[in-house]
Ligand binder design. Structure first.
Ligand code: ZN
Length: 323
C-alpha cells in the first residue's frame, strides 16, 4: 500500500513537471507556456554584443536595451553558455548567470548600479537578455547574441614573463657544475582573479639532475592544474603556454655535443597541445650543435613554437579543461 502511494505521488510529480504548451501570437512569435510560466521572444530586447570578439578580462557596460516603459519594474538577467544556447532555467542556476538587476522607469536601469558584463571565461559564448515580471509568470527573452572571448595573445605572454624566462635560464647556468646539470620549467596561465585578468606562471620547477655527459636532460610536461569556474567572477587558471630551458655542456669533455633548440621529444609534446611553447637555449656553435667545454655565458636565446596564435577559443565547456 505504502509503495503504491509513493508510486502515484511520483507519477503526479512527473505529470506536473512536464506541462508545456506552445502557441504563436499574431506576429508569429513562439510563446511557450511551461509550468504556468509564459516564455516569449521580444526582438526589441537587446544585449548589443552580437559579433563582439575580445580578450578575456574585458568589461562591457551599458549594452542592454529595453523597450521604453514596457518592462518597468521587471527584473533583468543576462545569461550565457559556451557553444550552445543558454536556457531560461539558468535563471535559477547561478552557474552561467552573468548579471541581473531591476529595470527602472522608461526602460532604464539604475544609474547607481550599471550592469557590467565581465568577460572572464574564454569561449564561443551565446548570450541572451531575459526579463521577468514581478509575479514571475511571464518571461521575455532577446534573440541569441554571439560573443567570442579570447585567451591572451602570445605577445602578452612575452611582455609578462620574458624576465622570468631569463631568470630561469640564469638559474640553469648557476646549477651547472662538474657535478651535473638540470633543466628548469614553468607553466604559463591566464588567470582571472578579483575582477582582473593577467598572465602568470607557476613556480620554476627543477628537472632531474643529469650527471652523465652522454645523457640528455629532461623536463616533465605533467599537466598543470586547471581551475575552470562556472561563475565568471570566480578565480580561474587556464594553461596557455609552457616554458623550459636546456642545459650547458660547459663541464663536459669536448667530444660531448647536442643539438640546440627544441628536441624531438619537445616537438612531440608541443604537437600534443595547441599552446605556445618557449625554450631558452644556446645559439648553435656549429651546424645546429654545441660542444663540451663551451663558455657558460656564450650567446643564448629564446626559441618559440606555436607562438603566432593564441590558445584556441573553447567551443564547449569541455574545451576549457583540455589544452
Ligand atoms: Zn627540451
Amino acid at each position: 500500500m505504502k509503495e503504491k502511494i509513493i508510486y502515484v505521488f511520483m507519477l503526479l510529480i512527473v505529470i506536473v513537471s512536464c506541462t508545456e504548451e506552445e502557441s504563436f501570437d499574431e506576429y508569429g512569435v513562439r510563446i511557450l507556456k511551461k509550468n504556468g510560466v509564459v516564455f516569449a521572444m521580444d526582438s526589441r530586447l537587446s544585449l548589443n554584443l552580437d559579433g563582439t570578439n575580445d580578450y578575456m578580462g574585458v568589461r562591457k557596460e551599458n549594452v542592454l536595451t529595453f523597450p521604453e516603459g514596457e518592462y518597468d519594474g521587471w527584473r533583468y538577467y543576462v545569461i550565457g553558455n559556451i557553444g550552445a544556447e543558454p536556457n531560461y532555467k539558468i535563471i535559477d542556476d547561478p552557474s552561467i548567470h552573468y548579471t541581473e538587476g531591476i529595470i527602472y522607469a522608461d526602460g532604464e536601469v539604475s544609474q547607481k548600479v550599471v550592469p557590467r558584463i565581465f568577460l572572464s571565461i574564454p569561449g564561443e559564448w551565446k548570450f541572451k537578455l531575459v526579463v521577468q515580471n514581478e509575479k514571475k509568470d511571464t518571461i521575455r527573452v532577446s534573440k541569441v547574441e554571439n560573443v567570442e572571448v579570447w585567451f591572451p595573445d602570445p605577445l602578452e605572454i612575452e611582455a609578462a614573463l620574458s624576465d622570468d624566462m631569463y631568470e630561469a635560464w640564469n638559474e640553469t647556468l648557476e646549477d651547472a657544475s662538474e657535478m651535473g646539470r638540470r633543466e628548469k620549467s614553468f607553466w604559463i596561465y591566464a588567470v582571472a582573479k578579483n575582477g582582473e585578468v593577467s598572465v602568470q606562471r607557476d613556480e620554476i620547477k627543477d628537472g632531474l639532475w643529469i650527471m652523465n655527459c652522454d645523457e640528455t636532460a629532461h623536463t616533465d610536461f605533467t599537466a598543470p592544474e586547471i581551475i575552470s569556474p562556472l561563475d565568471p567572477l570566480d578565480e580561474a587558471w587556464y594553461p596557455i603556454g609552457f616554458f623550459h630551458t636546456h642545459t650547458p655542456l660547459t663541464y663536459c669533455p669536448p667530444e660531448a655535443h647536442r643539438g640546440v633548440g627544441f628536441s624531438g621529444g619537445d616537438i612531440q609534446a608541443v604537437g600534443a597541445h595547441g599552446i605556445a611553447f618557449y625554450l631558452y637555449d644556446y645559439s648553435a656553435d656549429f651546424e645546429g650543435e654545441i660542444y663540451g667545454g663551451h663558455d657558460l655565458h656564450q650567446a643564448a636565446k629564446l626559441y618559440y613554437e606555436n607562438c603566432e596564435e593564441r590558445r584556441p577559443t573553447p567551443k564547449s565547456w569541455a574545451d576549457l579543461d583540455t589544452y
